[in-house]
Design a protein around this ligand. Structure first.
Ligand SMILES: NC(=O)C1=CN([C@@H]2O[C@H](COP(=O)(O)OP(=O)(O)OC[C@H]3O[C@@H](n4cnc5c(N)ncnc54)[C@H](OP(=O)(O)O)[C@@H]3O)[C@@H](O)[C@H]2O)C=CC1
Ligand SMILES: O=C(O)[C@@H]1CCC=N1
Length: 276
């Protein structure tokens, strides 16, 4: 990743959890903090961001936006319409590249509230962005130029893997698998530790073993070039052994259906958020 791919200046609208994760990644990849502006209404949030990252901070979205050629919309979906409305004059002045990370909100709705003049890329990152291991799905409107796409990609790639999505309607499926996905893994970590404790292990030992198992399995999955998840699972599963007993229990309890229903619920909630 070369610094030249980054926008010359970047304004985060919203300085919460995801903004913090993405700013951390940008700095690690060579974007200087003094080229980043962040708007957040909370004084303590602004102070912490300025101290931790050396970024410029602003109390209003428009103040930050006017300072930058690329904006990253990182507010909750529920306030996105009003935030975009407050940026209409700044859009007319700056003609920005706008990257949205909001779940559910379609490009058309962003364009409607921002007004004409913004080139918009809709993305869906996830919280492992904080350690450079994020996964982001991206969709660009037709009027986004190749160099703007490259800039948007550079911003999101500083947080990890990027996948371009050809059809905007699939962005809610991206949210369901990778945007919300880290929470499913944390739920599994909780459940494994709880179960191990109930089988008699001390709490701390149960947590340590469950967490390290998820870490090791994730690394093995990502580093195994010759084996997919199913193959790796089979390698753990000795015939008539302990793993087979557990997997058969999962299958009897319709584990795959449970996952399918959960992802469908997340996808459908994204569609509801689009409706406002
Ligand atoms: N958390 C996640 O795992 C992921 C989240 N997303 C998306 O990222 C977006 C942000 O989520 P997240 O970081 O978790 O949310 P946070 O609530 O942590 O951050 C949003 C921040 O925006 C601030 N804010 C509210 N109104 C304005 C305004 N008018 N101008 C500037 N800032 C404002 C909020 O302040 P206050 O708290 O006072 O309202 C808050 O500090 C959402 O749209 C979400 O869908 C996408 C992928 C993953
Ligand atoms: O739960 C949410 O709505 C956000 C979007 C994906 C992850 N967190």
């Amino acid at each position: 990743m070369t610094d030249t791919a980054f926008p010359a200046s970047l304004a985060f609208i919203g300085g919460g959890n995801m903004a913090r994760s993405l700013i951390g990644g940008l700095l690690k990849n060579g974007m200087p903090g003094d080229r980043i502006h962040v708007a957040d209404p909370n004084e303590s949030t602004r102070a912490a961001l300025a101290t931790d990252f050396g970024v410029h901070t602003h109390a209003t979205a428009a103040d930050a936006a006017l300072q930058a050629e690329c904006w990253l919309l990182a507010v909750k979906p529920q306030v996105m319409d009003s935030v975009c409305d407050s940026l209409r004059d700044a859009v007319a002045q700056r003609q920005p590249l706008v990257i949205s990370i909001a779940a559910g909100i379609p490009l058309q709705r962003l364009r409607q509230h921002l007004g004409e003049g913004a080139a918009i890329v809709r993305t869906m990152p996830n919280t492992p962005a904080l350690i450079g291991l994020g996964a982001t799905g991206m969709f660009a409107a037709d009027d986004v130029s190749a160099s703007q796409r490259a800039q948007a990609q550079a911003v999101m790639q500083s947080a990890g893997l990027v996948e371009w999505i050809a059809d905007e309607s699939l962005m809610d499926a991206v949210t369901a698998v990778s945007g919300s996905g880290p929470a499913y893994v944390f739920l599994l970590a909780e459940a494994m530790a709880d179960a191990a404790q109930s089988l008699g292990l001390p709490r701390e030992t149960a947590i340590a073993l469950a967490n390290q198992t998820l870490l090791g399995a994730a690394h093995l999955l990502s580093e195994s070039t010759d084996a997919d998840a199913a193959t790796l699972r089979q390698r753990v599963t000795s015939p008539n052994g302990t793993t087979q007993a557990a997997i058969e229990s999962f299958e009897r309890d319709a584990f795959r259906d449970i996952v399918q229903r959960a992802l469908t619920a997340a996808r459908d909630r994204g569609i509801e958020l689009a409706a406002g």
